[in-house]
Design a protein around this ligand. Structure first.
Ligand code: FAQ
Length: 317
């Protein structure tokens, strides 16, 4: 190896050490700062998957807009679904600061190279599912994203602050909807419990595999992209959510769930990781349907993008 080559290696190592020291001091990394290639790649992976989740996440709820039981519920649901689309756009924009183009990220989604959250591969079978998505799915997303709002990458952390504010509204409307149903007729109560039974375990899976089985966590925690492990955040979600369920009379579908007086945490039953793996690898109940819908929406919207581009070109010259 030439002398120049050796000098380059030393410089890169020094830069990495300085980068880590910056992270350890709690400084924020901005797009123009030097960063290890692996940090950039990991962020693109995670942020693009997050953006895809927001956009694919519009589908199960969007499915109920025309069937909302009142004008007020319809207005709330419309606003929520639009918010999720907006979240996708913020996060795609934040990811673009890392040097990847939105079109490329979307191609990765459509070709199955990029993932999106497992939760959106479950169907919404009844109206209570819209409540459960707001309460449980947005509830889980908030626990995760409140931590990400303090992550080391500036554009991502700033996007999370606004997103969390909106998710809080989503969470409250979902909980309120289920609380009303639990005060309603026997059929409404059964519908709410049925939804709880189907969404509880998939909501726990949103936090990702357990810590011993999470290949990306150690690196992401060292770089303070993740501030807490998957299991810690899952536990935080369970501890917050169980008392909320009890307050409105919903039963958590986990016979092993119990409060440990010593640790002051809930202990829970075994998560079905085989189900998680199936869903993540494309074999969940709605994976194919979700991707088909996204690919079609992209193709249907092409003329709009082409027209906007032609207009921009014309007015730039
Ligand atoms: N689904 O090593 P780890 C929302 C993959 S937003 C699918 O632990 P990592 C708003 C993971 O990608 C919900 N795949 O990975 C809303 C990796 O595969 P890869 C989305 C999953 O990155 C509400 C492999 O497993 N939120 O709900 C899942 O350290 C209502 C190994 O896992 C975010 O994306 C999963 N659940 O931790 C919208 C937050 N879990 O890429 C509409 C940002 C893991 O190596 C309606 N992301 N995998 O091939 C994160 O915090 C992290 O990426 C985790 C995973 C925690 C999701």
């Amino acid at each position: 190896m030439s002398l120049n080559g050796l000098i380059m290696i030393a410089t890169d190592t020094e830069r990495e050490l300085e980068f880590q020291a910056k992270i350890d001091r709690g400084e924020v990394i901005e797009p123009k700062d030097w960063m290890p290639e692996r940090y950039r790649k990991q962020l693109i992976r995670m942020m693009s998957q997050h953006a895809h989740s927001e956009v694919v996440g519009m589908l199960p709820e969007g499915n109920w807009i025309t069937r909302a039981p009142s004008l007020a519920r319809k207005a709330i649901l419309l606003a929520k679904v639009q918010d999720e689309g907006g979240h996708g756009l913020y996060i795609y924009s934040a990811a673009e600061t890392l040097g990847i183009d939105r079109g490329e990220m979307i191609d990765q989604l459509h070709t199955g190279k990029a993932k999106y959250s497992s939760i959106f591969n479950y169907p919404t079978l009844n109206w209570a599912d819209i409540g459960a998505i707001g309460w449980l799915v947005d509830g889980a997303a908030i626990v995760n994203q409140t931590a990400l709002a303090k992550c080391s990458y500036g554009p991502y952390s700033r996007a999370m602050i606004r997103i969390c504010k909106e998710e809080n509204f989503h969470h409250k409307q979902g909980y309120q909807m289920l609380a009303y149903m639990m005060r309603g007729t026997k059929e409404q109560q059964e519908m709410a419990q049925d939804s709880m039974n189907r969404f509880w375990w998939p909501a726990l899976m949103m936090f990702g595999p357990s810590d011993t089985d999470s290949p990306n966590s150690a690196e992401l925690m060292r770089w303070k992209v993740k501030l807490y492990s998957n299991d810690d955040l899952r536990q935080r979600f369970i501890d917050r959510t169980v008392p909320q369920a009890e307050a409105i009379g919903l039963v958590i579908p986990d016979p092993k769930l119990k409060f440990n007086e010593t640790t002051r945490h809930y202990e829970h039953g075994e998560i079905d990781w085989q189900e998680f793996k199936n869903v993540v690898s494309g074999n969940g109940p709605c994976n194919r349907e979700r991707l088909r819908a996204r690919v079609k929406a992209d193709a249907d919207g092409k003329w709009v993008r082409d027209a906007a581009e032609a207009y921009a070109k014309k007015h730039m010259n």
